[in-house]
Write a protein that binds this ligand. Sequence first.
Ligand code: NIG
Ligand code: FE
Length: 413
Amino acid sequence: MSILITNIKQLLQVHDSNVTIVKGEAMKTLPVLENAYLYVEHDTIIEFGEMKDCEGIEAETVIDATGKIVLPSWCDSHTHIVYAGDRTSEFVDRINGLTYTEIANKGGGILNSAKLLQETAEEDLYEQSMNRLDELIKMGTGAFEIKTGYGLTVEAELKMLRVIKRIKQESLAKITPTLLAAHAIPKAYRDKKQDYIEYITKDLIPKAVALNIAHYIDVFCEEGYFDIKDTEAILKAGKQYKLKPKTHVNQFNVLGGVALSVKYDALSVDHLEELNEADIEALKGSNTIPVALPGCSYFLSIPYTPARKLIDAGLPLAIATDYNPGSAPSGNMNFVVSAACVKLKMTPEEAINAATINGAYAMGISNMYGSITRGKKANLIITKPLNHYSQIPYAFAHNPVEQVIINGQLKDI
Ligand code: NIG
Ligand code: FE
């Protein structure tokens, strides 16, 4: 199986050497090859270059990309795509004036989704989730991190992990699973949070690890959920099983979760709608990448992550959807790239870097995904005819994607 794409107007994110992250000032640069070709064999990017050097290359499938842009597929490093049903009624409650926190305090929110998921058959959950994934592949996402966290019992969390494993086996997309047992305190543990933390650390984590599906651990470190002490207990337990942290921190309040996550060598710290100088200092010199989730800020009408502060401090930044039924019911990375420009004041180059190579870094896969580099996996977007790549974020809420190649296979849209 081979594919040759010719006459590409702009081929984005081209690197001769294998970059795995871009930081600070370097995020302003997006390497572009004009009038280019790209050659793929099986699931791998084999060669690319200027059209004048394309002569003699033959392939089973030839795609003429005149007027179109080709770029690596989006890498969505933060999703909760495995969930049951929806939370439309809470959406209406919020329109009528309730806040996300008030809805959660009434027993809605994550607990509402957990109840629904516990009652949903594994097969049904798999089908709902696969349908969401298929829709997003067509919108240009080629890699998804997927979290558990709507189970909140051993049984239901393991059900989620098995669904994620099946998606990983069946889908052409790259999937990285994360164990988010500490997403909320279940009703049964409302007045005995310590017991739930013990349940997670002594019972749930060992049983989840035995399935050998998730290699990352997440905690919702937030007032009313898990405080710093709780978060540390869970990260510590995870560390014993070599689970690397990817944490929810600073969504509504700064509790010190950033420094704690860095201390436990987190791969990423996500949300950061609230951020202080100490957080920025903690991230400097670490291997932890901050991740902004503009879809969540948009949907909940909360502050946007101060991306400029992070990037201007020389740090890397990734952007992701946070796709979930409560705070961000959209997995559209094209919108996220646009919102990053409009609301986070990132340039198109910074936003595309944040959604490709840095997104891949935030999933621990940037050695094989996130850039057009020989030997990397062929996960590609071919856009509709566009004048310039800046039109991707400029034409917000439009779908710029015409075709995708995922794991080397051309997928009809
Ligand atoms: O990332 N913040 C915690 N978790 C999700 C929301 C989950 C939900 O409301 O169902 C988030 O925003
Ligand atoms: Fe989230």
